[in-house]
Design a protein around this ligand. Structure first.
Ligand code: COA
Length: 290
């Protein structure tokens, strides 16, 4: 996957070049569609980065491409890391500190998702998503805590808007992301006195992402028509929110959720033509899973 951003981002954006010079960001899920562009923006604005992922080849290739965005940028890709396994995450942190010297910013972005009605959602499927999204976020902060404390760092969790209302086929993710928001609230209070800020970004429908290709309901009226700002979001919208939250402009912002969705959840989000018929049909199936 090529980079989404290029040097024109620095010229065109509201942010000054070298805003993050000397800083290091640690990003789980950093080779994925949304977090990848968060990394690109931070690196273009002066940061070095560690991209953490499960797939070795994809993670290393992404790191190499992101590094090419800025002369002198150091970006390392650390693959074969599963956020559910704290030891592998701890080793990734040690390697980052060894190679890049420090960690100032953390993005807990690794996530798992698929559409499933309740009847066909097994206990193990529910647990897999809770483990990746919620336990994985906890583990990520746990292993970077020493660096965050030392550098008065800042954290962004990638959340969602699914749990603000009832979204069918997303029981697992809604529950996980509600937990992520709660984790953020509690840690903002607990770690604030240490100078650590923690916030969430809740993306809406972001065009071209893995989430949209998995989750957008097929057919029906174009999604844009249902979004108050009349367009799908872009990964650059999320990158800009990220830059804001890590920048000194947000130095008094913690425990907050920045919703970047063009107003979509306010009008009932993705609830489309498929509701309620498909749900009734699925949940009547006597061959449900345990
Ligand atoms: N519908 C219903 N259940 C599903 C499913 C689907 N589409 N996909 C997976 N599952 C179930 C599996 O059947 C399994 O349950 P079982 O043991 O009862 O059969 C359980 O989920 C775990 O699946 P497995 O493939 O073993 O887990 P994994 O840890 O390898 O993968 C997932 C985790 C399932 C979340 C996988 O989708 C993933 O790795 N996603 C990462 C990328 C991603 O989702 N990105 C989108 C971000 S928005």
């Amino acid at each position: 996957m090529p980079n989404t951003l290029d040097h024109s981002y620095v010229q065109k954006s509201s942010w000054k070049p070298n805003l993050f010079a000397g800083k290091v960001v640690f990003i789980t899920g950093g080779a994925g569609s949304i977090c990848r562009v968060q990394a690109e923006a931070l690196v273009l604005l002066g940061a070095n980065a560690a991209i953490i992922g499960r797939n070795v080849e994809k993670t290393e290739a992404a790191a190499k491409e992101i590094a090419s965005l800025r002369p002198g940028a150091k970006v390392i890709g650390i693959g074969a890391v599963d956020v559910r396994k704290i030891q592998s995450l701890k080793e990734a942190v040690d390697k980052t500190v060894q190679e890049l010297g420090r960690i100032d910013y953390v993005i807990a972005g690794a996530a798992g998702n698929f559409l499933s009605d309740f009847n066909h959602l097994s206990s193990n499927a529910f647990k897999s998503v809770i483990d990746i999204d919620l336990l994985g976020s906890f583990n990520t902060i746990k292993v970077t805590f020493d660096q965050l404390r030392k550098n008065k760092g800042s954290v962004i969790f990638v959340s969602a808007t699914l749990h603000y209302y009832g979204v069918p086929m997303q029981t697992h993710v809604g529950a996980a992301k509600a937990g992520v928001d709660a984790l953020c609230n509690a840690l903002a209070v607990e770690l604030g006195p240490l100078g650590i800020r923690l916030n969430c970004i809740a993306p809406g429908a972001i065009a071209g992402t893995e989430g949209m290709s998995r989750l957008a309901p097929p057919g029906g009226e174009p999604l844009e028509k249902k979004i108050p700002l009349q367009r799908q979001g872009t990964t650059t919208d999320i990158a800009d929110a990220t830059v804001y939250l890590f920048s000194p402009a947000a130095s008094y912002v913690t425990g907050d959720v920045l919703v970047v969705d063009g107003g979509m959840w306010q009008v009932g989000g993705l609830m489309g033509d498929f509701y309620p018929n498909i749900i009734i049909h699925q949940n009547e199936d006597p061959e449900g899973k345990l």
